[in-house]
Design a protein around this ligand. Structure first.
Ligand SMILES: Nc1ncnc2c1ncn2[C@@H]1O[C@H](COP(=O)(O)OP(=O)(O)OP(=O)(O)O)[C@@H](O)[C@H]1O
Ligand SMILES: [Mg+2]
Length: 231
């Protein structure tokens, strides 16, 4: 029997069975997601192993451990480990990455997308699509500090060893690609300050950025969170 895990924001259904996770979707590019997971593992970055992958279906081996969204006795350890993982990912050579998530790709994709206006971040609650688009175009950063980004680095998507706190693997890599590092940093910190993840909070987000070796960048943080509203 498959046990239902989630229905993702973009309509993917995830279920699990003895050591295996199965994701199905009519709309998401699950072949692209499988290719990205395989590529990550080849680079030495821990990620779910792909067992089966075809249009509409992605089957992965269960990554051991628990996600950062589960309760942890020492949340600081998880934050540090998430930061170390982020640094390792962002240290990969961009020239070796065949996936492009730079603004040249993602802004046109956003302009063609149909954002869920009922699921906007609090600071944009009630905005129209036109207003989102206008703000996106008006605040598009002039420069991009390109690294290999996961693309959806929120706390449920990273798993950790309960004994050591080390990262055991990432999942949900369908939007991995070369992009400004703030694509990941903006989403990771938003996830850390999200009230649903109350074991973390603003201090945890500050700790994460410091360990990533980055000064806060409010403009890029705001822009990449806005961009994420479209996906
Ligand atoms: N191979 C795996 N090993 C362990 N846990 C997994 C695995 N695949 C998925 N999960 C768990 O299931 C959750 C949902 O899977 P996933 O993140 O891929 O889908 P989603 O967020 O619902 O989809 P999307 O955002 O693409 O619509 C993950 O957050 C993770 O906790
Ligand atoms: Mg996910």
């Amino acid at each position: 029997m498959w046990e239902r895990v989630t229905i993702g924001q973009s309509g993917a259904a995830v279920s699990r069975r003895a050591g295996v996770y199965r994701k199905t979707s009519d709309v998401e590019d699950l072949v692209g997601e499988g290719e990205r997971l395989v590529w990550l593992r080849v680079q030495g970055i821990p990620a779910a192993e792909v067992l089966e992958c075809e249009p509409g279906l992605l089957v992965t081996a269960e990554v051991p451990g628990r996600s950062a969204a589960e309760p942890w006795p020492d949340p600081d350890r998880i934050v540090d480990s998430l930061a170390d993982f982020t640094r390792a990912l962002h240290a990969l050579p961009v020239a070796d990455c065949p996936f492009d998530r730079s603004l040249a790709v993602t802004v046109p994709e956003a302009l063609a997308a149909d954002p869920d206006l009922d699921d906007l971040d609090d600071e944009r609650a009630g905005w129209t699509r036109d207003r989102l688009v206008a703000e996106l175009l008006a605040t598009r950063p002039a420069d991009e500090d390109l690294v290999v980004c996961h693309g959806d680095l929120s706390v449920p998507n990273v798993l950790f060893d309960p004994e050591t706190g080390d990262v055991t693997g990432v999942v949900d890599a369908g939007r991995l690609g070369v992009a400004d590092r703030w694509l990941d940093l903006a989403i990771a910190t938003r996830s850390l300050v999200d009230e649903r993840n109350s074991q973390y909070g603003p201090d945890a987000a500050a700790r994460y950025l410091e360990r990533c070796g980055t000064e806060p960048d409010p403009a890029k943080t705001a822009f990449y969170r806005l961009l994420d509203e479209f996906f």
